[in-house]
Write a protein that binds this ligand. Structure first.
Ligand SMILES: [Zn+2]
Ligand SMILES: [Zn+2]
Length: 318
């Protein structure tokens, strides 16, 4: 008897058969073998195994083989066409709507946690980054691949950068462009944002995290501001003279990496990070990372200019 003729039965035998056979299925039949939770955005690999999209992506950060049957998944990985397995999604939706709602809630809560930009923020431990200064990165370690993917998935497109010894101070980096290569590495164009102080260090899925507080320059006024402006103008002049004295080849090199020296700003207290040229100069001079971090941590423009003056005197003499 054909399936269609079954469905014409007066008591709708087809529906009875369907419900009795589906009744055998339990929620455990729809668990991802990697996270042992109900499938969330399930995708199917060419070898026929299904996983949550995020779970299989994490597995592929480490090895290009199916986590279950070990079949090679290079092509699957290279194309990155992780289309959702619609049938699986629909079955879960129809049979376990309550559990799916709970799973979605957990997923949303996890996403909100990953989007927090003061608590447990992802920290890339590598170099000193400065406000407004480009910081190009070559990402190849699995833990940082995961970090970059999360930054993009949550939409924050931001993470913290601290020196290789995970110093107490760092700078937020905003992702401007992410060029994902077929083998999983990526070139990430970032630019520095707000500075921060690390309050508490942590870990998440192999990468560093931190609770942070943002740093802002203290503002002054009256006679103090007048003195600050005077100091600023004189150090800016000093920097300018050092810059124009460089040979054109070095200036070109600097320009390619950091851009030209920023102009003097009308209001030296307009930005919470102070004038942009100070950060540009600190990047260009390529000082010791510990010293760079010290200057990064200062919330007094007067003190920052004091450091720059000494450094410029040293560089001008040498
Ligand atoms: Zn999973
Ligand atoms: Zn497989």
């Amino acid at each position: 008897m054909s399936r269609a003729s079954l469905c014409f039965s007066p008591v709708d035998q087809c529906a009875v058969d369907r419900s009795s056979s589906l009744g055998v299925l339990t929620v455990a039949d729809f668990e991802c073998p990697l996270c042992i939770r109900l499938f969330y955005e399930p995708v199917t690999t060419p070898c026929g195994h299904a996983f949550c999209k995020a779970c299989v992506e994490r597995s592929l950060d480490h090895t290009h083989r199916c986590p279950l049957c070990k079949q090679p998944l290079q092509e699957f990985f290279k194309n990155r066409k992780y289309s959702p397995t619609v049938l699986l999604q629909e079955i879960v939706m129809r049979l376990f709507p309550q559990q799916l709602a709970e799973r979605t809630q957990v997923h949303d809560a996890e996403l909100a946690e990953l989007s927090n930009l003061t608590k447990d923020i992802p920290i890339f431990v590598c170099t000193v980054a400065y406000p407004g200064i480009p910081c190009p990165l070559h990402v190849f370690e699995p833990r940082y691949r995961l970090m970059m993917r999360r930054c993009m998935d949550t939409g924050t497109k931001m993470f913290g950068m601290c020196t290789y010894d995970f110093a107490d101070y760092g700078c937020m980096l905003e992702i401007l462009d992410l060029d994902l290569l077929p083998d999983g590495r990526s070139y990430v164009d970032t630019v520095g944002g707000r500075r921060f102080r690390v309050i508490r260090r942590g870990q998440r899925d192999g990468y560093h995290t931190a609770d942070i507080e943002y740093l802002e320059d203290h503002k002054t006024d009256g006679a103090e501001l007048e003195m600050l402006q005077h100091l600023h103008d004189s150090v800016y002049q000093q920097a300018r003279e050092w810059y124009v004295r460089l040979n054109s080849h070095v200036r070109e090199q600097i320009g390619r990496q950091y851009g030209a020296m920023p102009d003097r700003e009308d209001d030296i207290q307009a930005s919470t990070n102070g004038p942009a040229w100070c950060w540009w100069l600190l990047s260009v001079l390529q000082l010791d990372p510990a010293y760079q971090t010290t200057v990064l941590s200062l919330t007094s423009l007067r003190e920052r200019l004091g450091h720059l003056r000494i450094v410029l005197e040293y560089f001008s003499q040498s």
